[in-house]
Design a protein around this ligand. Structure first.
Ligand code: MG
Length: 203
């Protein structure tokens, strides 16, 4: 499986990092070795001094899709969860400054913690889904899928023009404002609505 992630999909987040609001989705990939499941500890990597949290709604693809049509896009994902797109912000800035790709900052081991995935009708209206991240008991990010620049369907249509989506692939749909650093011994908890979907420690 692969993880396709969308960058700059919430206007307030694009602004906080001084990026333009994009005209088409910004995408990057994470390998399956980035996946961190079952609330396992995230181990802070030695190569970075500035790992940021980016909480994101995650979709699971349920059938193979290439050139997905807008009308059929909702039938290509069957489950929803919550994850973190951990980002080595220091490395990402160096790569951006040199106009180089982002993989070293985004695709490292354990950089994609994901909660259990739930049938997509579990949480009500997917286009108006409130979610948040708490760090050490304090809310640090809060978002609603209604604020997304590109909807879940837009993302599947766009990505599948270039990359075939397969059953089991995961889509990270972008982070709202409030990204910030994590430190060893931090405790992170992710919620959709009032439902806690993940909780784990940084070690
Ligand atoms: Mg992200």
């Amino acid at each position: 499986m692969k993880i396709v992630a969308i960058g700059r999909n919430y206007p307030d987040h694009a602004k906080e990092l001084h990026n333009a609001v994009p005209e088409q989705p910004v995408i990057f990939l994470k390998p399956d070795t980035a996946l961190l499941k079952d609330n396992h500890n995230f181990y802070y990597p030695a190569f970075s001094g500035n790992i940021h949290h980016e909480v994101e709604v995650v979709l699971r693809i349920c059938k193979e899709g290439k050139h997905i049509g807008a009308k059929f896009a909702p039938t290509y994902y069957d489950a929803v969860g919550l994850g973190i797109d951990f980002t080595a912000r220091d490395i990402q800035q160096q790569q951006k400054d040199k106009s180089l790709p982002w993989e070293l900052a985004k695709a490292f081991d354990g950089s994609a913690p994901v909660s259990a995935l739930y049938p997509k009708d579990t949480f009500g209206d997917l286009h108006n889904l409130g979610f948040r991240l708490d760090k050490n008991g304090v809310t640090v990010q809060r978002g609603n899928t209604a604020e997304m620049i590109f909807s879940f369907e837009d993302i599947l249509v766009f990505v599948s023009q270039y990359i075939t989506l397969r059953k089991g692939d995961l889509i990270f749909t972008g982070t709202p404002a409030g990204v910030g650093p994590v430190a060893i011994d931090d405790y992170l908890e992710g919620f959709i609505g009032t439902e806690r979907l993940f909780h784990f420690h940084v070690k």
